[in-house]
Ligand binder design. Structure first.
Ligand code: NOJ
Ligand code: CA
Length: 682
């Protein structure tokens, strides 16, 4: 063959892989704005990320440390390099947007350790317009069947010292993730949970997180000197981070990139990196709003335990079912319905019985009453962290719920970390973190067993979301942050007004959150002298749109809603399943405005919230369908409203609206605004 021809072919092949002999293998996003470069530095794998030619992540380490073996960090040789392009649009069965485009270029590099019996490891990068995902794949091979990971050495060497919004990891006196966000330069961070949100000196916004976390430990980010963050995998109680066997794939390590903080909210990279729906027919999965025997306990007006103030009685449950049915709410949560709540359940979680009800609660009667009224009963499975006790009962419990027509279960794992019970190989009790591999496996068991029984899951005290709802669409929502419950009893006075202006750019980037909005009785009785809700009424309404969740609670007491019918009307109207989502204003920690289109009616809804500052924001209505007339039903902060001094005033007005209009919104300090745009039908 003509040698010139061979050179041309080689050149084309290398160019396709972005590879020239000594140069790194590079791969660009389909639009060319993001580039990943991979190379071996003295045999050690390194990656780098650029956007428009400017470095975002400098050359960063990759690899693993294994127990009882050599680290899996090189020296390696490159075995092969493959690239591929991918472009599809898929449909979310429910979600914040119906159609999602998944378009990336992929670079897969197979590495072989130098020397005799070299081990094999692959690294795969997917490069999108809105960021990068990469993961390790360790193929099946002799001598590496079962192994234990004691460290993952992945680094994120940030260019510069961005501002970071973060919550510390490994807080032993609290439930994991339930903390207020801090803002510091990266150089002043401690080990933090992800998603970690960053603002660079040149005005870019990044979120470092992970996608598709299954059978692995959650990744935190630990400072590793000079603005470098290093993967920190949650350890088991025995110190091992991940118990693995080949073939294995790690979760995707993700870096989302946007020019505006709102761009992080409308990036679907985490979902795109998850596997498609594994359940087949999901027509039984239905987003919805729910009321619950819940807030009364948080306000100490009722108890979870039995006794004169027991909340979950047959009679009370019927009252809530009537309320839900009157107001078109899909479900009613009943907490404290089962045996095991008497005494300190946070210590004696293994006394919980998930099939037997408390003496004054007849689950059959309540379930029958609920279905008669067209309301779904939501089962509650608080474990108090006693995981083995729950796993033992899981099958039987879910079988019973299915039989009774209970299609949603809220789980709970109240235990300060690391106190989740595990029985180890020797039959001894061990204490685990909420976000270690043990709990990742546990939640997977629960969601799969639930799917078998056509049950939707809402997890409190969860492991963070990494987009698994794409694969298991019955994994609806979770808590995993400081929710509204803190307003009821937190010794620090609850969530400050800025909290809701940070959550959409941090916690919610992981996935939906069961924040439990909709408190209209903003001040409490003598049982809770030091607490109150730190928002105005309009802000409570706006939260339904701003904080996405397919299951949203109408969290307040029915008697409070009866006092405030205007607010209740918006809560009744607002949907929880969206065709599309647009972010109109986005300043992390200051304010955020989001508009979403209802999947079913085509009406649009808007929510805007501010921190403790009052604001005037203009919302251009260009998201509305051109040529269509709408009526805007506006729920705004009333005269002199103020989260602290005067939280209640709410003014409701109506005006015509169309895509050419602009609505000027006046948000009170700690306030908000909620708008429904009703299509006027001919
Ligand atoms: C904490 C959960 O976040 C809350 O919603 C629930 O009521 C209690 N645990 C009791 O399970
Ligand atoms: Ca909680």
């Amino acid at each position: 063959m003509d040698s010139r021809f061979i050179w041309v072919v080689l050149f084309i092949l290398c160019a396709a892989a972005g590879l020239s002999s000594a140069a790194p293998a590079t791969i660009d996003s389909p639009d060319g704005s993001v580039r990943v470069a991979f190379d071996l530095e003295e045999g050690r794998p390194k990656y780098r990320i650029e956007r428009f030619g400017r470095e975002l992540i400098q050359r960063s380490a990759m690899g693993f440390v294994l127990k009882g073996g050599r680290p899996l960090q090189g020296p390696f040789e490159i075995g092969s390099v493959h690239t591929r392009t991918f472009d599809e649009t898929w449909v979310q069965p429910w979600g914040e947007k119906r159609e999602i485009r998944n378009r990336y270029n992929e670079l897969a590099v197979s590495l072989v350790e130098k020397g005799k019996n070299g081990r094999r490891m692959d690294v795969v990068f997917r490069v999108y317009e809105d960021g990068v995902g990469f993961r390790y794949e360790i193929p099946a091979q002799n001598g590496l069947e079962r192994f234990e990971i004691t460290d993952e050495t992945t680094e994120f060497a940030l260019a510069g010292d961005p501002a970071a919004w973060w919550i510390p990891a490994y807080n032993r006196d609290q439930v994991e993730y339930e903390q207020l966000y801090r803002r510091t330069p990266v150089s002043a961070m401690d080990t933090a949970h992800t998603p970690l949100t960053l603002e660079t000196a040149n005005g870019l916004y990044l979120s470092i997180h992970e996608a598709a976390l299954t059978d692995y430990a959650a990744m935190q980010l630990a400072p590793a000197g000079r603005n470098t963050l290093k993967a920190d995998l949650t350890p088991w109680s025995d110190g091992i981070r991940v118990k693995a066997r080949t073939p294995m794939k790690t979760p995707w390590r993700t870096i989302q990139i946007a020019d505006d903080p709102g761009g992080l909210i409308t990036s679907y990279l985490i979902l795109n990196l998850n596997e498609p729906n594994a359940l087949g027919d999901v027509s039984w999965i239905k987003p919805g709003k729910y009321a619950g025997i819940w807030w009364a306990m948080h306000l100490d007006l009722a108890t979870w335990s039995t006794g004169p103030r027991h909340g979950a009685t047959t009679e009370n449950a019927k009252k809530y079912i009537d309320f839900a049915s009157r107001n078109g709410l899909a479900g009613v949560l009943v907490e404290g319905w089962n045996r095991g709540w008497d005494g300190d359940w946070t210590v004696h979680g293994d006394r919980f019985d998930f099939t037997r009800s408390a003496r004054d609660y007849d689950i059959r009667e309540v379930a029958a009453y609920a279905s008669e009224k067209g309301v779904g009963l939501i089962g509650h499975n608080e474990t108090g962290g006693a995981v083995p006790n729950y796993e033992r009962q899981l099958k039987e419990a879910f079988a019973l719920y299915e039989k009774l027509g209970i299609h949603t279960v809220k789980t709970g794992y109240v235990a300060n970390g690391p106190r989740l019970q595990r029985i180890d190989g020797k039959g001894e009790k061990a204490g685990e973190w909420h976000h270690g591999q043990y709990m990742v496996r546990h939640h997977q068991k629960v969601v799969e067993e639930a799917a078998r029984r056509r049950i939707m899951i809402d997890v409190h005290e969860p492991v963070k979301d990494t987009g698994l709802r794409r694969t298991w669409p019955n994994l609806m929502t979770r808590e995993g942050a400081r929710g509204q419950e803190y307003e009821a009893w937190s010794p620090d006075g609850g969530n400050p007004p800025e909290h809701a202006t940070i959550l959409p750019f941090t916690r919610l980037l992981a996935g939906p959150m069961d924040y439990t909005p909709g408190i209209v009785g903003l001040r409490f009785g003598p049982e809770r002298p030091r607490n109150r809700v730190n928002t105005t009424t309009a802000k409570q309404l706006a939260l339904y749109v701003v904080l996405y969740s397919p299951l949203h609670m109408a969290a307040d007491l029915p008697e409070n809603y009866e006092k405030y019918p205007d607010a209740l009307r918006f809560i009744r109207d607002v949907p929880v399943d969206w065709e599309d989502t647009k972010v109109l204003h986005a300043r992390i920690g200051d304010y955020v405005t989001i508009a979403r289109k209802d999947r079913n009616s085509g009406d649009w809804y808007l929510g805007s919230v501010t921190d403790e500052e009052g604001r005037i924001l203009e919302a251009p209505l260009a998201f509305l369908e051109p040529g269509v007339k709408y009526t805007a039903q506006i729920y705004r902060d009333g005269k002199d409203a103020h989260w602290e001094k005067n939280p209640y005033p709410l003014t409701v007005t109506e005006e015509p609206a169309d895509a050419s209009g602009v609505i000027k919104m006046r948000l009170a300090p700690g306030g908000g605004q909620a708008i429904r745009f009703v299509r006027t039908r001919p």
